[in-house]
Write a protein that binds this ligand. Structure first.
Ligand code: ADP
Length: 478
């Protein structure tokens, strides 16, 4: 059949309009079913086909299914929707299209030797139809079939290439819709995961808070239970020690017996150890409770105007008795007299300086301890330096961890003297005030513990950090 130039031009125009409309449809929707319905309508509206159907490849089932059609009856559309054809079913015409590289034309389908194909022809009420695989990126995602049953016009092999091109456009759109649906599903899954994880986190946080609460209560109960008998043990030991020394030992007739004298010496020494250890244990209990309370935010911090010069003075007087006036170490205090006040808890800050001085005394057998206080802009600095044993670089961060004692700080009898809680408590106190506490030291050459505190009203002072939700400062650690 030859076409007149006008008819040919009209046909080309229809083809261009179809491709143009398909392009518009594909770029305007990512809903797969809507895209297929609109594409099928475009194919039947502009090209010379009465009816068109699309079946999609379901790779998981190895079948063609999810059929959609236009141009037929509602019943026909419903039955096409229910079709499921294995792709590797040799004889099935639609499956052959899905396996083909290009368009296929089938004639006399109603006479086909295969009963399945005859049933299909009966369903569509056709004798001939044209089909093309829907190919995108080298992959077949479905099949498109068209026929002209109602007008009775023949479908022609010449229609194949155009149908293939239209099919490729549609295939690209279907693939985009599939990827989009997959993305949406992943997004939903991700959102669900975020919701689940958030719930988990809330639960974990509640559990941690409950555990913390239990720990605090336990510590406080145990500490009270321990402290009462300990007070008796230490008190009576001191009393026994005194009575022995004042009353009993002088009355004992040793007659120079070395065994009796040794026994008396041992009893006094042992009592001394009981008192010393008892005091240490009381200290440990108090400090453990203190740290637990600070960490749990259960301290009623005072908010006084505090002069650091006064703090240092009180701390040095409180620790004066620790220093042997003959053997040292020598104490040097150089605190500027014009330091601006800070806001905070005076007693807690005195506690920090006392702790730093007592440590310095403990670890400085001879030499000196120097306390310097100065102001730089809105920050007060206090440094406690000693010429003592120093701390190895590897141990410097660890001394701020609870219960940590480092280096050769244990005496020869291997009885630890401190609790390893002083520095962690100091750091908590300083950070609560919006400051920092850090350490510089060299093994054998001494240590400097230095802290900073923001001047009252300077923007990051304690009055602000007390008001903050967790009551802690924001300064980082050295
Ligand atoms: P404690 O002194 O009660 O053991 P701290 O937390 O105050 O607990 O100190 C922890 C450890 O840090 C000490 O045991 C000691 O090993 C080390 N340390 C602290 N201050 C000094 C210092 N001035 N010189 C050397 N070592 C120190």
């Amino acid at each position: 059949m030859t076409l007149t130039p006008e008819a040919l031009a009209e046909q080309r125009l229809a083809e261009l309009m179809t491709l143009n409309e398909l392009g518009l449809i594909i770029s305007s929707t990512l809903d797969r079913d809507e895209l297929i319905d609109r594409a099928l309508r475009a194919v039947t509206r502009h090209l010379r086909f009465d009816r068109a159907l699309i079946l999609l490849v379901d790779p998981a089932r190895g079948a063609l299914r999810d059929g959609r059609s236009v141009g037929g009856s509602a019943e026909m559309a419903a039955r096409i929707g229910e079709l499921e054809l294995p792709i590797d079913l040799d004889a099935a015409l639609l499956s052959r299209i899905a396996r083909a590289d290009g368009p296929l034309l089938f004639r006399d389908v109603d006479q086909d030797p295969d009963p399945g194909n005859r049933a299909f022809a009966a369903l569509l009420e056709v004798t001939s139809f044209l089909g093309t695989p829907l190919v995108t990126k080298g992959r077949t995602v479905g099949v498109l079939a068209v026929d002209n049953r109602s007008t009775g016009r023949d479908v022609l092999p010449g229609d194949g290439p155009l149908l293939y091109t239209a099919g490729s456009l549609i295939a690209g759109g279907i693939e985009n819709a599939r990827l989009y649906a997959e993305l949406e599903e992943q997004k939903d899954a991700l959102e669900r995961r975020v919701v689940e994880r958030t719930a988990d986190l809330v639960e974990a946080r509640q559990a941690a808070e409950a555990a913390n609460e239990t720990k605090s209560r336990f510590l406080s109960n145990v500490s009270h239970e321990l402290r009462t008998p300990l007070t008796s043990v230490v008190g009576f030991s001191k009393l026994i020690s005194k009575r022995l020394a004042d009353v009993i030992f002088p009355a004992v007739m040793t007659d120079g017996d070395p065994k009796v004298e040794r026994a008396m010496r041992q009893v006094s020494e042992n009592l001394g150890i009981i008192v010393e250890e008892g005091d240490r244990l009381t200290n440990l209990i108090n400090e453990t409770l203190d740290l637990a309370k600070i960490e749990a935010g259960k301290i009623d911090w005072r908010d006084d105007e505090v002069d650091l010069g006064d703090v240092v003075e009180r701390a040095t007087s409180a620790t004066a008795s620790l220093i042997d006036p003959d053997r040292g170490p020598r104490l040097v205090v150089e605190v500027g007299s014009d330091l601006a006040p800070i806001r905070g808890d005076r007693d807690r800050l005195i506690q920090v300086v006392i702790n730093l001085i007592s440590n310095a005394v403990k670890f400085t057998p001879q030499g000196s301890i120097t306390i310097i206080g100065w102001q730089e802009a809105d920050t007060i600095h206090v440094a406690v330096s000693d010429t003592g044993i120093g701390i190895a670089a590897d141990d410097q961060a660890r001394v701020f961890e609870p219960f940590t004692q480092v280096g050769e700080t244990r005496p020869a009898d291997d009885r630890p003297r401190g609790t390893g809680l002083g520095l962690p408590i100091c750091r908590e106190i300083i950070e609560h005030h919006g400051g920092r506490l850090w350490l510089e030291s060299r093994l054998g050459a001494g240590s400097t513990f230095q802290f900073t505190l923001p001047v009252a009203g300077s923007g990051s002072d304690a009055s602000r950090s007390v008001a903050a939700s967790d009551g802690r400062g924001t300064a980082g650690r050295a």
